[in-house]
Design a protein around this ligand. Sequence first.
Ligand code: NDP
Ligand code: 8X3
Length: 251
Amino acid sequence: MRKTILVTGATAGFGAAFARRFVKDGHRVIATGRRVERLEKLAAELGANLLPFALDVTDKEAVAALPTALPADWQTIDVLVNNAGLALGLAPAQQSDLDDWDTMIATNITGVIHMTRAFLPAMVARNDGIILNIGSVAGTYPYPGGHVYGGTKAFVKQFSLNLRADLVGLNVRVTDIEPGMVAGSEFSAVRFGGDEAKAAAVYAGTKSLSPEDIAETAAWIISLPPHVNINRVEMMPTSQASDRFAVKRQS
Ligand code: NDP
Ligand code: 8X3
């Protein structure tokens, strides 16, 4: 059945891949983000089933107004994809920029909860809907420099599970997709302040996941019958695994 799907952060990476995959699968997509020219390009590529809509998820008023600011025939949202997010920096916590921490929290946590709160009541009233959150393996496994980014994704995981506790018995589903290394997005370039060489080095010598792999998983999740809730999906490329505890030995 054709769904109307709202994707945050559709100007790049996973979000653009979600938009392309969902439209290809016959759905309608509201593609949101701050870089409007990229949304317009996506609309030119994908046609009338793609509605470009400017949205900064940290703008609380804009998010609260969004359900009624959308064109009337696009206001029933079947699937909300809370994808917009970012990591800023990889320095140790004690050297990190507090503004970067605030931006990660505003985007990855506050953005997600405000978007969810804006669209959840209508889903509950219709007894139908899917909230697809994009977490990360960083929300489960610690790594040096992961501090606040990992903390935000741990929040996304637990928020997703707790939403399920409130929604039990309803056909309103919540999933947290938790990917590991995904190349082909702007994630690492953003993390390293636009340093493309440093970003490329993250994926050097690996066969990382691609945004299309994440879109494939999302397409599967939303295709399932209404009684099936996938709680969490943790994904890694075969070139990645979690390893051991850090132990500092005296020399
Ligand atoms: P990209 O940097 O390629 O895309 C991030 C998207 O988020 C962009 O479209 C950007 O759009 C949007 N965004 C950032 N801030 C805001 C904001 N304030 N309001 C609205 N949109 C915003 O990264 P990815 O595609 O890789 O990341 C997508 C999600 O996946 C993120 O939540 C990330 O944490 C997560 N993730 C990524 C992994 C990876 O290895 N790549 C692995 C696991 C999870 P614009 O700047 O135009 O607003
Ligand atoms: C992105 C994956 O390992 O860089 O969430 O944090 S990682």
